[in-house]
Ligand binder design. Sequence first.
Ligand code: ADP
Ligand code: MG
Length: 292
Amino acid sequence: MSVADRGTGTVDRNSPGDRVPVDPASIVHGMPPGHEHARDAALMVHDVTVAYDRRPVLFAIDLDVPAGCLCAVVGPNGSGKTTLLRGCLGLVPLAAGHVRMLGGQRLDQVRADVAYVPQRESVDWDFPVSVRDVVRMGRLPHRRWFGRMTAEDHRRVDEAMARVEIGDLADRQIGRLSGGQQQRVFLARALAQDARLYFMDEPFAAVDATTERAILDVLRDLRRQGRTVIAVHHDLPTVAAFFDRAILLNQRLVAYGPVDEVLTPVHLERAYGGRLVPLAAAADALRTQAGG
Ligand code: ADP
Ligand code: MG
């Protein structure tokens, strides 16, 4: 059992429609869905509900993510994945519940240790700044008001750009980058921050295979260093192959736990409903991996 497997077991929740009965075999008995591990959890989400214009889009989410694990957030479009991240980061108000991080602390106590890679489409790429400018923003949480960049700050920025191989793009305007390069810039900014908990919203969207491998390498490095990554990702076979845990959402928590216990045909049907065509292949891939 790896470090990442510690913590809570799979949690089953009823979906809004509740068309498919709970598969008792998918529940890990003896591992209650409470917060027994919260004290060493990297992320603790307790009974969180988020509403836009008083319309709830995320209901009563309850989960703990142990430190040192790669945790995927999975679910159909509009299922609340981005909202869950934004709620954890204090970017949208919680209608109910609370979030604790890095051993039970509030976000404002650990802000410098929490990094965010937003969805690429949510960013204004016409903003006239260079790659290096963006990566330097990762150092802001560590600086005093009006403080200058220290030698340490410059070193971290250069290291982060080198790590994702964008050193040669340092002076380029961010609007003049490919999708994959833009993802790398955000990743570099997060790495420069040297955080302990990373939230990433679709870091693999619109990247080529080379960039996908480079990003996966970075994520595994972070895990090896005991850091925690919570990443929204659509590609279920990649989630199954590279992530330790998965949060399966459809406005409610459909399932949470080790990936092979979460990405089962029953859970996927409950989360995605009729949109099962690509999922059948994913479930097959999972079974093959579990068997081999
Ligand atoms: P996902 O990331 O899983 O695609 P989101 O978290 O972006 O889903 O959205 C969840 C739901 O909340 C969707 O129905 C979406 O239309 C709605 N929503 C998202 N952002 C806003 C917003 N700023 N104002 C109103 N509704 C929103
Ligand atoms: Mg989203």
